[in-house]
Design a protein around this ligand. Structure first.
Ligand SMILES: [Mn+2]
Length: 419
């Protein structure tokens, strides 16, 4: 027998940030959470799974209108027709207090209540599912602690929306520990809330399936659900199945050594080609980060809008399969390559002077002392600002000198490389 574990569908997530971006394929991105649910249902049917577990945050928040609930119900009806049972619970986003609209679901769907933990036994499958919903958004008690012990002779599954002992970027709701989960004697814990897939423990398996569809660039990679196969009441296979329809990615491109900005943009093209291949026909939404020491750095600094447009133009070449969310220029000047071009003139002397000062503790101390005078002369309200560096610290002065060197090189040499 097979079951499928999914979580954090966030159906019809409003994706408010999207309108900021010009030219974003809004409709395709907005429709992605629904289409991913359709694929999840397809997977259950194709794999002849008998049970679908949904570990909370099916909805992003209150439905704008009934079309969100109707869409979900229609997909549950498809599962009913295929003989697939569904067990779900509510997380922080779709806690009872968060949703005011209601729609009755087909009778193959069971939703756990929020008052107390409950158990649903499927005798014909040899499976017991234990779970409890969020009644309100900010659940801070350990729900898992109250779950019953495993029922003997059955494959016990714990369904839970939790941050466990805390996960970066996620509210610490329904906190609990791995040892609390393991103490229940269950064979599988189907967790939700954390959007990055994570296998927390094996045998017994404790898994965050991750969200079904990434919603922004901070949710990159191949999203989907976990397919589990049992034989004779024991787990024999666990598999991540990719179901997303829009792929978010942070495409970091090293353009180190690029002599010209055109060379650097060619590096971006090659990197995007790889990402497009990995996205296997999905819409790729990429943030492009250019890094590395390159002569092209000066051109990016002087004409960043031009080169931003050039990168977007490359993305257009992929025929609508790629949308560049943002381009971040994090390149640095290639000082070694620039040095010969500074010849033996004034610029060369200037750079040599900076390098000397940076390496000489006495000179650094002298410069720092000069800056300390400035710091002492600051008005009180400025001097007390948080995060104001200590100007009298020689290591701070040394870092300033590096910035100065890069700035000077970019500005003094840029007329030669700008196109
Ligand atoms: Mn959540």
């Amino acid at each position: 027998m097979k079951f499928v574990h999914a979580a954090d569908l966030h159906i019809d997530s409003p994706l408010r940030g999207l309108t900021r971006y010009q030219g974003a394929p809004e409709a395709r991105i907005r429709g992605a959470t629904r289409e991913a649910l359709t694929r999840l249902v397809d997977l259950c049917i194709e794999e002849q799974a008998e049970l679908l577990l949904l570990a909370g945050d099916l909805f992003d928040g209150n439905w704008r209108d009934y079309s969100t609930g109707l869409f979900f119900a229609s997909q549950m009806s498809r599962l009913r027709a295929a003989g697939v049972a569904v067990v779900s619970l509510r997380g922080n986003h779709d806690a009872a207090s968060q949703l005011t609209r209601h729609l009755r679901l087909p009778d193959n769907v069971v939703e756990f209540g929020s008052e107390a933990p409950a158990t649903r036994v499927y005798d014909e499958l040899g499976v017991a599912v234990h779970g409890q919903s969020f009644g309100r958004r900010g659940v801070t008690e350990d729900l898992a602690a109250g779950y019953p012990r495993a029922l003997p002779g059955l494959f016990n599954i714990g369904l839970l929306h939790t941050a466990l002992s805390g996960r970066p970027g996620h509210e610490p709701y329904a906190p609990t520990t791995l040892s609390t989960l393991l103490s229940k004697g269950y064979q599988y814990w189907a967790l939700g809330h954390v959007h990055a897939r994570e296998v927390v423990h094996e045998q017994p398996h404790v898994i965050f399936s991750g969200n079904l569809q990434g919603r922004h660039v901070r949710e990159p990679g191949a999203k989907g659900a976990t397919l589990v196969q049992l034989e004779d009441g024991a787990l024999v296979r666990v598999e991540h199945r990719v179901l997303d329809v829009v792929r978010w990615s942070v495409c970091e491109v090293s353009v180190a050594g690029s002599e010209t900005p055109e060379d650097a943009v060619d590096c971006v093209r090659r990197a995007l080609e790889h990402e497009v291949e990995a996205a296997e026909g999905r819409l790729l939404c990429a943030r492009v980060r250019l890094t590395g020491r390159a002569v092209a750095h000066a051109a990016f600094q002087r004409a960043s809008e031009r080169w931003l447009a050039e990168v977007r133009a490359v993305a257009n070449d992929f025929g609508g399969d790629v949308w560049v969310e943002k381009v971040v220029f994090e390149t640095e000047p290639d000082l070694e390559a620039e040095r010969p071009r500074t010849g033996g003139g004034a610029l060369s002397d200037l750079l040599a002077g900076i390098a000397r000062a940076r390496a000489n503790p006495d000179e650094l101390a002298e410069l720092a002392a000069g800056l300390a005078d400035i710091q002492r002369a600051l008005p009180a309200e400025l001097a007390e600002l948080d995060g104001l560096p200590d100007l009298s610290e020689p290591s701070f002065v040394a870092s300033l000198l590096s910035d100065v060197e890069q700035q000077l090189l970019s500005r003094l040499l840029s007329h030669e490389v700008e196109r």
